[in-house]
Design a binder for this molecule. Structure first.
Ligand code: TK8
Length: 335
């Protein structure tokens, strides 16, 4: 008995000593890829993440922030993460649906009404459940950042009613929910990686696209797009992702540093994105865009056209998850 107590005491002392000793960090280089330009909400947050990681590891882990899709489009980077050729990235959840079908939940048109709902849903049990479906596929999803509410731009004519969607050749993300949604609304939807979008707009290979205001500003889409319609048709998250192959070789201390930094960067990024979005419309107006707000009546008509898309999403993500999502939203809206 006495021996056992002595052993427990020694162990406790060892653990305590370990805690005050240097943490388990190895010299590592983290290639962190993203699709937008350096001077964007995405770029700013990745750089903040990089600083946090270097600070927390005393410079042992170095994060190389590589924007402009220089490491590849979202889907190419995802494959590199799975294969272990790249350590980290941030990109749209929509481009992950081919790998993890439940990600399609976030593509449901008009699901989320405001950023309060978005944060609660993404950072709560529903968001956790969806995020967890990536891990068996070789990707560790750390946290969601904000891409934002998506709005429509095009070069043909102002979109003030449902019928105006007719005949617009619209770039959509490489994702069936987006493809089906815009087909249902009457557009000629063309899936393209984001990295090819500016050129496609410039050469008039497509007439339009949809993205948050922030991206229309940072990617300079206003140079090649005349009309912007405030549709807020879907809230789009980004997800900070890690190669599972690489993650599994990290110490617990290193994993904690990455998760903590991703959360810190998330809080910064959401604030930064929201502040930028409130100023963006005025900015885009001065840059020459013609802007109109889709009326509630027309938004309603669009929603009606999307009933079948919603039903398909519900089936694809699973009825349990769909119901849980609707319940959580209903609770928030009643409160
Ligand atoms: C950036 C993309 C972008 C997304 C898109 O790589 O593809 O339109 O909104 O943010 O992930």
């Amino acid at each position: 008995m006495r021996f056992k107590f002595a052993l427990v005491g020694t162990l406790a002392a060892l653990v305590a000593a370990g805690a005050v000793q240097a943490q388990d960090f190895k010299p590592r280089i983290v290639r962190f890829g993203y699709g937008l330009v350096d001077d964007s909400n995405q770029g700013r947050a990745v750089r903040l993440f990089a600083k946090e990681v270097e600070k927390a590891t005393g410079g042992k882990m170095k994060v190389r922030a590589i924007g402009n899709a220089s490491l590849g489009s979202d889907t190419q980077m995802q494959q590199a993460l799975i294969g272990g050729a790249q350590e980290m990235m941030v990109g749209s959840t929509a481009t992950l649906v081919g790998i993890a079908p439940q990600m399609a939940l976030w593509d449901t048109p008009f699901l989320i009404n405001n950023t309060k709902e978005a944060d609660a849903l993404l950072d709560g049990p529903v968001g956790d459940k969806v995020r967890a479906t990536l891990e068996p596929k070789g990707i560790v999803g750390l946290v969601y950042w904000e891409n934002g509410f998506r709005n429509l731009t095009n070069n043909k004519h102002p979109v003030t009613k449902l019928e105006d969607m007719n005949g617009i050749k619209l770039r959509v993300m490489q994702n069936n929910v987006f493809l089906d949604s815009f087909k249902a609304l009457g557009a000629n939807a063309v899936p393209l990686p984001f990295s090819e979008l500016f050129t496609a707009l410039e050469t008039k290979a497509v007439d339009g696209q949809e993205n948050p205001f922030n991206t229309v500003v940072s990617s300079k889409f206003y140079e090649v797009q005349k009309y912007l319609t405030v549709t807020n048709h879907v809230y789009s998250p980004w997800i900070v992702s890690v190669s599972k192959k690489w993650w599994d070789g990290l110490s617990k201390d290193e994993q904690k540093v990455l998760l903590d930094a991703a959360k810190k960067a998330r809080d910064f990024e959401r604030k930064d994105t929201r502040e930028e979005a409130t100023k963006a419309l005025a900015d885009l107006k001065t840059k020459g865009m013609q802007i109109n707000q889709l009326s509630a009546v027309e938004a309603g008509r669009m929603r009606d056209k999307l009933t079948q898309v919603n039903a398909t999403v519900a089936t694809n993500v699973g009825m349990d998850l769909w119901k849980q999502t609707q319940d959580e939203l209903a609770k928030m809206r009643a409160a």
